[in-house]
Write a protein that binds this ligand. Sequence first.
Ligand SMILES: Nc1ncnc2c1ncn2[C@@H]1O[C@H](COP(=O)(O)OP(=O)(O)OP(=O)(O)O)[C@@H](O)[C@H]1O
Length: 374
Amino acid sequence: MSDSNGIVLELNQLSCGYQGHPVVSQLNIHLRAGDIGCLLGPSGCGKTTTLRAIAGFEPITGGEIRLAGQRISSADKRLPPEQRQIGMVFQDYALFPHLTVQDNVGFGINRHPERKRIVAELLDLVKLGHLGKRYPHELSGGQQQRVALARALAPDPKLLLLDEPFSNLDGELRRRLSAEVREILKARKISAMLVTHDQSEAFAVCDHVGVLKEGRLQQWDTPYNLYHEPATPFVASFIGQGYFIRGQLLTPDTVQTELGVIRGNRAYQLPAGSAVDVLLRPDDIVAQDNSSLRARIIGKTFLGATTLYRLQLPTGSVLETILPSHDDHPVGEQLGIRTAADHLVVFSAQGSVNVHAQLPLEQVLDTEPAAQDE
Ligand SMILES: Nc1ncnc2c1ncn2[C@@H]1O[C@H](COP(=O)(O)OP(=O)(O)OP(=O)(O)O)[C@@H](O)[C@H]1O
């Protein structure tokens, strides 16, 4: 279900808060029908507040929320939550303890003539067809969350909201269930919005991710673009790993750095000669035995299939690279490296282009993003 442009959920200049204190400011997000969106950001940035506003539990102070083209919230009007046709899945499952699994799933469709068939179908979908007669306390955490998902899907909502749905589960189970939930939502073409502070979960489950900082949207984009083309220094540092090194813009798409000239695939509209901070991810640095550029290995973390190496350049700058773990190098070795940074990401830097010292991330977090021609 969507409007004529294929958009199911629109947040237009959305602002909301508590007791006169703004929490979320002028948020603009458009979610396409069938897509899974995500609100990602540090604790307290306003993710849950936004989700609760979409569900209708919180009033908004400015802007509007539209669902399938219909305005459901504005500063002076709010459609009650039960009339929104929005399903919710919470962190703590929130199942009815006195109802069996099948009665939990069928709770929202009690008068539906096909209740029995729908419940059976949904229980099969979440792979709990054999446990319909159990009570919630007789299930594992992962199974309870599957019941909660089936219950939220039963009334065939226009939109599903998931608030940190996997955070009570750990490790492998969390990873498996999140992948499975994505498959279920995609198979049924359900539009959904997930809240998490876990970047890997956001990337694994969602099509578009909105990164929030202090109630403001920094970027709404695909996981790929957030990682490779972050719009602000905050997104660059919040998403994935990486270090900044100082450089000098030579042309719109080339930068002189202590690693040599790096050419990227996008142009920056900063004057030639500008001081810039260049983002280098571990996958932007590759090992090359015969390279004249050497870096000393100062730390390594074994990750299974790969090993993450921390490297120090002769100037003292620190970088990381990730190599297949069978390509094993000891700490202290001088490793030959080269850059392979197709996605050149730079931000306008304060200060001298000659400063080659490592920039602490905090120092670059609040600088303005470089003007881009996109
Ligand atoms: N009911 C409330 N009354 C007053 N302030 C609140 C209320 N709920 C949340 N806040 C405040 O609003 C801000 C945003 O909270 P919110 O729960 O939306 O953040 P979040 O990004 O979901 O954080 P977390 O990841 O820790 O859950 C916080 O400063 C919080 O203290």
